[in-house]
Design a protein around this ligand. Structure first.
Ligand code: KE4
Length: 424
């Protein structure tokens, strides 16, 4: 597959934009090669600048559960745009979308809109510290919650798991306030709670991990997370990726979670910039202008993003069978991938929950970030390019999740499996 125009565009882009991209993963560093510049999307498919068509499993990293350019979503955006798309003032659509979020997440009494998942988690953590008056937060290796300073932290050495910066520019003094544990290690979590529970403001976690590739939580780990309440710690379920995807009520509904705060994004904006954090009134009332925890945003709740998000959530709410379809097609894709890789004698693990999945190349199961890191990412690189050159656009990193939309059907599964068989 030739991509001369994308190659030229990438060279040009790198003259003006760091790495030629607006977000690092798009530069294909993990898989090599030139990223196609995508110029059109329709349903499950995208087209690049050279006119090549791809079956899209990235779907803008999760938002497009209804596929690209869903006619009803486009119509609602156009309708609102023609009336003026931002006022910096309260707008009826913010109220409508907040009510839709509360239908999906009944435990949320108050919801605040922001413009990215990063803002949602950053604000939720500031709120947790403001509400509890405590300094420490806990996160898990391989969980990504956006790029706020306190979250660009990795496990330090030493028993106390004090964090150390995982990015330049994050002060060590700040990173040390983030304690980092292994995902799916309930013993370590219980030990930390026993030892330092009273100093911890919040635990933030991905209820199903997408950012280490897919990692599935064990019952025991979920139980240990919910013991946080005994220590007065706020449990924050980061559903930016899983929200409205794993069920209309996300992982909270599917796994029966009881978080104190939930962060949302991606599908919430239907592909436009909108995200949110929410929880029970007693906590959320600490947020300005009601309380002392400051948080603000010029384009927070802007009518255009509210319209796209509301259209998306209303369509999902009106079509509950969509989730059964996503489950069914996801299962067929998983079974087909496993069958082909087994037939070829290639060791693999497919981690899937509903319509998000990852293929790892390894003998054993992949339940933790450490196990994910030990998989064969060189073979993944060849898997990725083998598919891409046959018009199947898998996420360009083994530590990401592939997503299905409601428009990924039997034909798309067949095309994917055929492409994989040829690539192998
Ligand atoms: P944004 O700031 O990128 O909107 O959201 C941050 C975020 C928060 N929480 C979770 C669970 C997330 O998955 C994300 C963002 N996900 C990545 C994909 N793994 C976005 C893609 C990118 O960084 O370009």
């Amino acid at each position: 597959m030739e991509r001369p125009l994308s190659e030229g565009l990438f060279a040009e882009a790198q003259k003006h934009i760091p790495g030629g991209v607006s977000s690092p993963v798009r530069a294909f560093k993990a898989v090599g090669g030139t990223p196609p510049f995508l110029v059109r999307g329709e349903g499950a498919y995208v087209w690049d600048a050279d006119g090549n068509r791809y079956l899209d499993y990235v779907l803008s990293w999760g938002p497009l559960i209804l596929g690209h350019a869903h006619p009803e979503v486009v119509r609602r955006i156009q309708e609102v745009a023609a009336q003026g798309f931002t006022f910096g003032a309260p707008h009826p659509l913010e109220v409508e979308l907040a009510k839709a979020v509360k239908r999906a997440y009944p435990a949320l009494e108050l919801v605040r809109f922001v413009s990215s998942g990063t803002e949602a988690t950053m604000s939720a953590l500031r709120l947790a510290r403001g509400y509890t008056g405590r300094p420490y937060i806990v996160k898990f290796r391989g969980n990504y919650h956006g790029h706020a300073d306190g979250l660009l932290v990795e496990a330090g050495s030493g028993a106390l798991t004090l964090g150390v910066p995982s990015s330049a520019g994050v002060p060590r003094e700040y990173a040390r306030l983030t304690l980092v544990l292994e995902y799916n290690d309930p013993e370590a979590l219980r030990a930390l709670l026993k030892e330092r529970g009273e100093e911890i403001a919040a635990i933030i976690f991905e209820p199903v991990v997408g950012n280490a590739g897919v990692l599935i939580p064990t019952e025991e780990f979920l139980e240990a997370l919910h013991q946080a309440r005994e220590y007065g710690i706020l449990l924050i379920a980061d559903e930016v990726m899983t929200g409205f995807r794993l069920a209309f009520g996300g992982a909270t509904e599917r796994l029966g979670l009881k978080p104190d705060l939930v962060t949302l994004g991606k599908i919430l904006g239907g592909g436009l910039p909108a995200a949110a954090y929410g929880g029970r009134r007693e906590v959320m009332e600490k947020v300005a202008p009601l309380g002392p925890v400051y948080q603000a945003g010029t384009l927070s709740g802007n009518p255009l993003a509210m319209a796209a998000g509301l259209a998306t959530l209303e369509i999902l709410e009106k079509n509950p069978d969509y989730y059964a379809r996503l489950e069914e097609v996801g299962a067929k894709l998983e079974a087909g991938l496993k069958a082909i890789l087994s037939r070829k004698g290639i060791p693999h693990a497919v981690n899937r929950v509903g319509s998000m999945l990852t293929v790892f190349f390894t003998e054993g199961p992949v339940r933790t970030f450490a196990e994910a890191k030990r998989t064969d990412t060189e073979l993944f690189r060849r898997f990725f390019h083998g598919l891409l050159d046959q018009g199947v656009y898998w996420p360009p990193s083994n530590f990401e999740a592939a997503f299905l939309s409601i428009l990924h059907g039997e034909e798309e599964v067949a095309m994917t499996l055929e492409a994989l068989a040829k690539a192998l």
